[in-house]
Write a protein that binds this ligand. Structure first.
Ligand code: HEC
Length: 209
């Protein structure tokens, strides 16, 4: 046991001396250059950002490259127009009405897209009772609620684009024109939900159950 302790302490003392010999006292000042254990990490052939360079490949002498003209930042829209953002240009105010022309074909397209992307949660009629509500998703918004009827079209568009609280955004899956088509269809659902028998054209009354 004694022999082991003597060995142990000798090796420990030698190790301490060896470390101090190689690394020196931290913070002490010396005129000699430090020992570089990994010189290639201390000295890397790289350019620091936002400095100058003598590298002749860059005529402007800057170490950082300027983004190529016309570069679009990931997640940003192409241009700050109401059609792309759902907001008045240069502001964060929602546009009141859909800024593109709405026709029957567009609403039809919106119906199709709605049934693909929204219906699983919001339900075929927009009551928030889609198939997912049977599997525990209980807080899906009812699209007939007063607040969502009154809210500007740009708000609905932005909800589709970026999501809202627990709803995720669909901007990555649904192109801009289809998002407006869905907004138009959601408006159609809202109108039809509060529609009365008197709103139905006489020649189609017989089709209502
Ligand atoms: C995976 C389920 C799911 C899908 C798919 C989905 N939503 Fe939602 N949506 C939700 C939930 C959940 C909420 C409630 C969010 C909250 O208030 O936490 C919500 C809220 C909303 C609201 C209300 C936002 C507000 O201002 O409170 C609108 C409008 C809406 N969704 C529209 C859509 C449209 C249009 C689509 C299709 C492009 C869609 N949602 C697809 C789950 C979904």
């Amino acid at each position: 046991m004694r022999k082991f302790l003597v060995w142990f302490f000798s090796i420990w003392v030698l190790t301490v001396i060896a470390v101090i010999a190689v690394a020196g006292f931290r913070g002490s000042i010396s005129r000699r250059p430090p020992i570089e254990i990994f010189p290639d990490m201390d000295r890397q052939p790289k350019l620091r950002p936002q400095t100058t360079t003598k590298f002749t490949g860059f005529a402007d002498g800057l170490s950082s490259r300027v983004a190529v003209a016309g570069t679009v930042a990931r997640g940003s829209n192409y241009a700050d127009t109401p059609e792309n953002t759902g907001k008045m240009a240069g502001t964060t105010n929602f546009v009141e009405a859909i800024p593109v022309a709405v026709d029957a074909r567009m609403v039809k397209r919106g119906q199709e897209r709605y049934n693909i992307y929204c219906q699983p949660c919001h339900g075929l009629q927009g009551d928030g009772k889609g198939i997912t509500s049977r599997f525990g998703m209980g807080n899906v918004a009812n699209l007939y609620q007063d607040r969502l009827i009154r809210t500007p079209d740009g708000d609905l568009f932005t909800t589709i684009t970026a999501g809202k609280s627990t709803m995720k955004g669909y901007g990555a899956q649904i192109p801009v024109s289809d998002r407006w088509a869905i907004v138009a269809y959601v408006r159609a659902l809202q109108v039809s939900h509060y529609g009365a028998k008197a709103d139905v054209p006489a020649d189609q009354l017989s089709k209502i159950k």
